[in-house]
Design a protein around this ligand. Sequence first.
Ligand code: IDP
Ligand code: MG
Length: 136
Amino acid sequence: MNNVEQTLSIIKPDAVERDLIEEIKSIFLKNNFSVKEFKKIHLNKEEAAEFYKVHQSKPFYDSLCSYLASGPIAVMILEGENVVSKYRELMGSTNPKDAKENTLRKMFGISIDKNSVHGSDSIENAKKEINFFFKN
Ligand code: IDP
Ligand code: MG
């Protein structure tokens, strides 16, 4: 297989709260993404701020970090051919209102902040984000 990549997926608090982990995981498997690592954790605010520090200059940074730390999340390493861009496509637009049919954010997202899933936006950031959650 060519271009086998890994990316980081987070099922955010709004989706964990609605018991959507298994449903979203089954969609990953249908899309031929394999789940290499999986853990459910609850970040504190400082950890969330560290994870999202690329957004520190944005007006919504503080609420974004509070939100990610507001409840348990499910974190996964997904692996597959071109998985970084394929998973971004499967997630859909940041704002669920703009997301296309059959994307995760269209199906499950509530609002731009409670948009159910996170995915790395490049191979380089995928490496950093995987390391953030799964370094040992
Ligand atoms: P992405 O998750 O589609 O990569 P980013 O621009 O990286 O989108 O933003 C990170 C997260 O910050 C988004 O998933 C969303 O939850 C939140 N966010 C982005 N833009 C806004 C906004 O304008 N208001 C509130 N939250 C936002
Ligand atoms: Mg992003």
